[in-house]
Ligand binder design. Sequence first.
Ligand code: GLP
Length: 241
Amino acid sequence: MKVIIAKDYEEMSRKAASILAAQVALKPDSVLGLATGSSPIGLYKNLVRWHKEEGLDFSAISTVNLDEYVGLPKEHDQSYRYFMNDNLFAHVNIDPANVNFPDAMAEDVEKACEEYNAVLESFGGADLQLLGLGHNGHIGFNEPADDFCKKVHVTELTDSTIDANKRFFASREEVPTRAVTMGIGNIMKAKKIVVVVSGADKAAILKASICGPVTPAVPASILQFHPDVTFVVDEAAASEL
Ligand code: GLP
């Protein structure tokens, strides 16, 4: 495991974006696993800038997103599909046919999970998976649990996750209580993993994830077993390491 400590959010975003840009430049038909949340927004801004100013080419890139809220249509401004369009896809030359999401609006959401799992398996794992870190140690929407869940599944969001995400909604009641997420097994199949973590409020969970025991009570701790994982964090997040 590598830990890169950046001065602040901007530097973290630039450094992490360079890893993704190198992946895109060196293997133009890469499969990128992408994440939402506030942590990767600055990273996506850099990728958009490098596309516009330097021609970073996404035309042969495929993407698989980590998760999606159950019951939010893709036009909803808090759906993760909307987030990705807004922050990246609409601003680079990615082929919409190569963008993959779980169908969390499906009537049979369990079947939609199986179908998305099959899509992920057809790629044999992402070339590079980008992750954020939840305050309770979640990655994607794999919440603390008794076991690591391997495949794509529906998850009940914990109160702490609903509280953390309510800032994006008009009220707490509007935050969906369920989501479809890649499982830990899907994430761990990625050849390379990059995790972006920012802010003093993540310092304790970052320490638990990197230095603590590997346990499904801290889902991100499983990353200690991955052969190629890089944490790109700012000084505030690193303050307890
Ligand atoms: C969200 C997402 C995760 C994200 C995490 C951290 O709920 N499902 O993929 O990494 O929580 O979000 P943030 O970066 O806003 O702290």
